[in-house]
Design a protein around this ligand. Structure first.
Ligand code: NDP
Length: 457
């Protein structure tokens, strides 16, 4: 029997597309094909694999508008941001098309006198990628570009609400000329994932998503002794010191919280502000948050579209209500909007008590929590007082001070006077409950490879 999955436009509730789930027979055929393709693909000269990545970048450029609209329809991001996302996918393909070979070059450790010793980087095999809906193209390309360049093949289990994007990405690689089986989309439910991870033909698994899903994947992968990379949530602090350049700080704070309708793992979620500038920051921040336009994500003027699913908007609102019940103050927003679709307004919470959801959990939507702290030392302590450790930023005119603070953050990424962002040239990943392993740059392409030590005497 064929099971269908539908994708729904969260701005309107309308069905965008209907797709057949991958049957168990098809899944079996895809896994078999992945192994066969890997045998050839891993032997293909890396220059050829790099050329095909350039071709994938061309396909993305040619169809940019179509892909951007598809993302906006399926998960509600503002259309301009969707176009930027396609552009970023082009960038990561171009980046590895240019740098993959140098990142995987043999690393000679010694050439004499005892022996010639070196490290060679060899692909592992078919890698399963479990991906989320928030950046439905970028998260996938961030995995696919380095791994395909390295000689691995990819199988994608995308989030259930973006099946159209999942299919479109598979088509990008097909159109670019990658062999059948180099990149395959499996439209399966999350209950089938364990079986795939356990399958002998799968060599490794990477997931971007919630820490709950990450734990489950890590457990299964661990029981099979399979390499895994986890890029999980975050509750990034945004630390404002008394000498912060206030115009840029406020402007970036709003952007850092609201990008992608507030649904980014590296969005700033906890604003930690020293007493001296707290009132000024809060007043200007609330004003700017309030000035954002919420509306149809296809409209060029819209700053904030709907949340990606109704249930996610409802869950966000529960976290806000629970925080207010525990004594938090609401300075802006805080009530679902009186309109169809999964819309949630820009919201600012203050005076949030320790252990309230807005203090402890990830708030995946346009809700900012602002904390008042006496000084820099207290700011660092508050910034680190979380089980997450993905990104963090600090705002100060004094760059030496900024760097010193950045070094004290318990996070995988620390930015001074810039919003935390991913960049193909820089390793990306977290510590603590935000996961382990790195994506992008040289580190990212070396995750799913055998770093083989060779001794020649
Ligand atoms: P999930 O973590 O549930 O979904 C992410 C991906 O993991 C999807 O492909 C999903 O498939 C899959 N998945 C879900 N459960 C399991 C499991 N037990 N084992 C293996 N894979 C699984 O995120 P949600 O969409 O439910 O969002 C909930 C929260 O997760 C958000 O509010 C946010 O806090 C966090 N999140 C963080 C992201 C990040 O960028 N780090 C991205 C997305 C969410 P399926 O869709 O079929 O369930």
């Amino acid at each position: 029997i064929r099971v269908s999955i539908e994708s729904t436009n969260p701005a309107t509730g309308e069905v965008v597309g209907t797709f057949d789930e991958t049957s168990s027979g098809d899944r079996e055929a895809h896994l078999e094909r992945a192994v066969e393709t890997f045998e050839e693909w891993s032997e293909t000269p890396i220059e050829h694999r790099q050329q095909l990545l350039s071709a994938a970048a061309d396909v993305l450029r040619e169809n940019s508008e179509e892909y951007a609209e598809l993302m906006t329809e399926e998960m509600g991001k503002p259309i301009g941001q969707a176009r930027d996302e396609v552009e970023k996918c082009v960038w990561v393909c171009d980046y590895y098309a240019e740098h993959a070979a140098e990142h995987l070059d043999d690393e000679v450790i010694a050439s004499e006198p005892e022996a010639r010793t070196l490290l060679s980087y060899e692909p592992l095999g078919p890698i399963l990628a479990i991906m989320p809906w928030n950046f439905p193209f970028w998260q996938v390309f961030r995995f696919a570009a380095p791994n395909l360049a390295a000689g691995n093949v990819g199988l994608l289990k995308h989030a259930s609400n973006v099946p159209g994007c999942a299919r479109a990405i598979e088509d990008v690689f097909r159109e670019a000329g990658f062999p059948e089986g180099a990149f395959t989309t499996l439209l399966i439910s999350s209950s089938e994932i364990d079986e795939v991870i356990e399958d002998d033909r799968i060599a490794g698994v990477t997931i971007t998503g919630s820490d709950g899903a990450g734990r489950s994947v890590a457990e299964t992968a661990g029981s099979q002794l399979k390499k895994n990379v986890l890029e999980l949530g975050g509750s990034d602090p945004f630390v404002v010191l008394e000498d912060a350049p206030m115009d840029k700080t406020v402007e970036t704070a709003v952007q850092a919280r609201l990008i992608n309708n507030g649904q980014s793992c590296i969005a700033a979620k906890r604003f930690v502000v020293v007493d001296e500038v707290y009132d000024e920051f809060l007043e200007r921040f609330v004003e700017e948050m309030d000035a954002q336009t919420v509306g149809d994500p296809m409209d060029e003027e819209t700053d904030i579209g709907p949340q990606a699913r109704e249930d996610l908007a409802a869950e966000l609102h529960e976290q806000v209500e629970e925080t207010l019940d525990q004594g938090g103050e609401c300075r802006l927003g805080g009530e679902p909007m009186d309109r169809d679709g999964a819309f949630y307004p820009p919201t600012v919470l203050t005076d949030v008590p320790e252990n309230a959801p807005a203090d402890r959990e990830e708030l995946f939507g346009p809700v900012a929590t602002v904390f008042r702290v006496p000084d820099e030392a207290a700011a660092i302590e508050k910034a680190n007082d979380t089980r997450f450790g993905l990104g963090a930023s600090v705002w100060t005119e004094d760059l030496e001070r900024g760097e010193r603070v950045a070094r004290q953050f318990e996070s995988g990424l620390a930015f001074v006077n810039e919003l935390v962002k991913s960049d193909p040239r820089l390793p990306f990943g977290g510590v603590k409950d935000s996961g382990y392993g790195r994506e992008l740059a040289r580190d990212g392409i070396r995750e799913f490879v055998n770093r083989k030590t060779i001794w020649v005497q």
